[in-house]
Design a protein around this ligand. Structure first.
Ligand SMILES: Nc1ncnc2c1ncn2[C@@H]1O[C@H](COP(=O)(O)OP(=O)(O)OP(=O)(O)O)[C@@H](O)[C@H]1O
Ligand SMILES: [Mg+2]
Length: 354
């Protein structure tokens, strides 16, 4: 990344896109590489802006200007005015500017901002700033020819693998926790609960909350139960025996129905009607009587409250209103596999054909 941002000739001009799901280290990569770059290039200014806080082109440019020129107020000016000030600042000295637009998914009119910044050199500024755009999803305007032609690199970050998560959790635990307050079992348990998301932030949150809960309970060591408790308080559902086995049989069948339909359709939502149909088929398959609609509806709501399911009303474009159900960040194929395993055990020999 540092090599992409600078060559022997100095700072690379153009646009760099870092993309990836939550907690995969995008902000860390952007911060670390810009800090390294600053060590290499004396003339470099780096402005890291979180677009969740600065959501409009005007507020972003105001923020850039006020961090370069501390006297300038960071509100109250129009877009044209702040852009002019930025041009002046850049034309004054021979300095390089790197702007990181983090969480750009929250930015309104991102195309206007990105386009203006990349074309500042066409006005008074001798050089345009280099842009690092950090996003969870590809911003649609990145595909516009006018912007795409500035793109130097697109860096997609994958979810962390369980091994990588383990290394991160272990490292943080060793740094932050007292020696002897955790062991390998705790590290593995944190990873087990967060690996389906591949999200380092979630893994670390579980670790810290488990440590705090253990401390509050007067324990000298974190226990596996505290890790489970921490995960459930954060709303993380692991695809583990621990979180699935205690569910009522019909809740398990309902979850299996949702995951089965989702996995086979490749979609992220299914209709309530399809869920009912699949649930009834599964009940028949394992030889139990299905509940009626109202009872199912209550169960779905309950599973939603527990964090297993998400539900929303279908919007425009679908005939009639229906409820759509999804598993959120839980992967359908993995959940399906685990539930089948648990149900086979629980219902054997009834469910041998699941
Ligand atoms: N390789 C790593 N080693 C140690 N800690 C890491 C690593 N990657 C990420 N982390 C930690 O995980 C957390 C999430 O990382 P980061 O904020 O960079 O993710 P992100 O992709 O920007 O997430 P979001 O999309 O939610 O903004 C941070 O607390 C960060 O310090
Ligand atoms: Mg981030």
């Amino acid at each position: 990344m540092v090599n992409t941002l600078a060559s022997g000739y100095g700072l690379t001009e153009g646009l760099i896109l870092i993309r990836g799901e939550p907690g995969v280290g995008k902000t860390s990569v952007a911060k670390l590489s810009s800090a390294k770059l600053k060590e290499k290039l004396d003339s470099l200014d780096v402005v890291h802006i979180n677009c969740r806080t600065y959501r409009t082109p005007t507020s972003v440019v105001q923020r850039v200007v006020s961090s370069l020129l501390p006297g300038v107020p960071d509100r109250g000016l129009s877009y044209e005015e702040v852009v002019l000030i930025l041009e002046k600042v850049l034309s004054g000295e021979d300095r390089d500017l790197l702007i990181v637009l983090d969480e750009v998914d929250y930015l309104r009119d991102g195309d206007t901002l990105v386009y203006t910044l990349l074309r500042l050199h066409e006005g008074d500024a001798p050089k345009s700033p280099t842009l690092v755009v950090v996003a969870r999803w590809d911003p649609p305007y990145m595909m516009d020819d006018s912007i795409r032609s500035f793109m130097v690199t697109r860096l997609p970050l994958e979810k962390y693998t369980p091994e990588q998560l383990e290394a991160i959790v272990r490292y943080r635990a060793e740094e932050a926790l007292e020696e002897g307050s955790f062991d390998d079992e705790i590290v593995s348990k944190v990873v087990e609960l967060s690996e389906h998301m591949g999200n380092a932030r979630v893994a670390l949150k579980i670790l810290y909350l488990a440590a705090r809960l253990s401390e509050e309970a007067g324990l000298s060591k974190i226990t596996p139960d505290m890790v489970s408790e921490a995960a459930s308080r954060i709303g993380v559902i692991g695809i583990t025996e621990d979180s699935l086995t205690p569910l009522d049989l019909h809740d398990k069948i309902l979850l299996l129905a949702v995951s089965k339909r989702l996995a086979s359709s490749g979609r992220s939502w299914i209709k309530m009607g399809d869920l009912l149909e699949e649930y009834r088929l599964l009940c028949e398959e394992v030889g139990v009587l299905p509940y009626k609609y109202t009872a199912i509806w209550k169960r779905v709501r309950n599973l939603k409250n527990m964090g297993f399911l998400e539900a929303k009303k279908s919007g425009e474009g679908m005939k009639g209103q229906t409820t759509l159900i999804s598993l959120g960040s839980i992967p359908a194929d993995k959940l399906q596999e685990k539930l089948k395993e648990i149900l086979r055990e629980e219902l054997s020999p009834l469910a041998s054909n699941l």
